[in-house]
Design a protein around this ligand. Structure first.
Ligand SMILES: Cc1ncc(COP(=O)(O)O)c(C=O)c1O
Length: 304
């Protein structure tokens, strides 16, 4: 990834090369941070931050779950994100705000440890690759189970939760697949390492429930709303891995992955192995909405 110009650190824009964190930071040792990934789209009106308020609300909710007091309000964080995008020019397309415990002492006790907030803004491009967006990505079921809701606070984007996703992603890439499919502790489908999963069956969309150990994705929520507005039925329910194998279509959603068709899971082609009509329709609709060409969802864009 190419460095950009400025990183926002606790209220100040600093040069990329000077954005340093102390090695004793609590978060480095124990994963005690929360973060967001937010797309910046290029619209005719200018750069636009997608569902900005919803992402910052989720960041603050994640911090609440972790018991961390973020020293900025929602509106202050929104202003800081805007300032960071502006400072990094026209090419950036992805924002990564992160709030974490700093400090300089050994020990798990987080009480009283400083909370730091940094905002990074980069050019990411297509996360899974242009070819996967067009022709579909391949998945393998991970041997790593998604922790249960008893073991982790999964609806919060807590840094430490992502070790599980990293293990799964590494396993998938080493096996020659593009992404991992994670199964939850009940044996049902959870999500990808950083994406939610949908299947299409008889024209209806099905996706795991939030209680199936998934992150409540903002792209998931957007696609559900777009689909319902298009008259497509959406069912949130637990589903098995084998239902995905025999689905008419499968796709994943995420800020980074946007809407990505899935063409193969565990060496089984999904239908004929080509992106299906419902996936293509929602993918095109999402792209139109994100780039500001569909005024009906203009409220999702925070144009700078
Ligand atoms: C584990 C996980 N699931 C799902 C998602 C998709 O969520 P969103 O659409 O809000 O990016 C992400 C990415 O944020 C994620 O990390």
């Amino acid at each position: 990834m190419e460095p950009t110009t400025k990183i926002w650190m606790d209220g100040e824009l600093v040069d990329w090369a000077d954005a340093k964190v102390h090695v004793m930071s609590h978060a480095l040792h124990y994963g005690t941070g929360v973060f967001e990934g937010i797309r910046v789209y290029h619209t005719d009106e200018g750069q636009a931050i997608f569902r900005h308020r919803d992402h910052i609300k989720r960041l603050l909710d994640s911090a609440k779950v972790l018991g961390m007091d973020v020293p900025y309000t929602l509106d202050e964080l929104i202003d800081a994100n805007r300032e960071t995008v502006r400072a990094n020019g026209a090419n950036v397309d992805y924002l990564r705000p992160i709030a974490y415990l700093g400090g300089q002492r050994v020990g798990l006790n987080p009480i009283g440890v400083d909370v730091k907030v940094n905002i990074i803004c980069v050019h990411m491009g297509s996360y899974l690759g242009e070819d996967m967006q067009a022709n579909g990505a391949t998945l393998i079921t991970s041997s790593w189970e998604k922790p249960s809701n008893r073991a982790a606070a999964l609806s919060a984007k807590i840094c430490g939760n992502y070790v599980n996703s990293v293990l799964a992603k590494q396993e998938a890439i080493r096996a020659g697949a593009d992404e991992a499919l994670m199964i939850n502790s009940n044996g049902n489908v959870a999500e990808g390492s950083g994406e939610n999963v949908f299947l299409v069956r008889d024209g209806a969309l099905h996706t795991p429930m939030v209680s199936d150990a998934v992150l409540e994705g903002i792209t998931r929520n957007s696609v559900i709303e777009l689909a319902r507005d298009e008259g497509i039925e959406v069912v949130q329910r637990s589903m098995t891995r084998t239902e995905l194998y025999v689905a008419d279509e499968v796709f994943m959603t995420g800020t980074a992955a946007e809407v990505t068709p899935i063409r193969m899971i565990d060496n089984r082609l999904i239908a004929d192995g080509k992106p299906g009509p419902v996936t293509k329709r929602l993918q095109a609709l999402f792209a139109n909405v994100a780039s500001g060409r569909n005024q009906r969802y203009r409220r999702w864009l925070d144009v700078l």
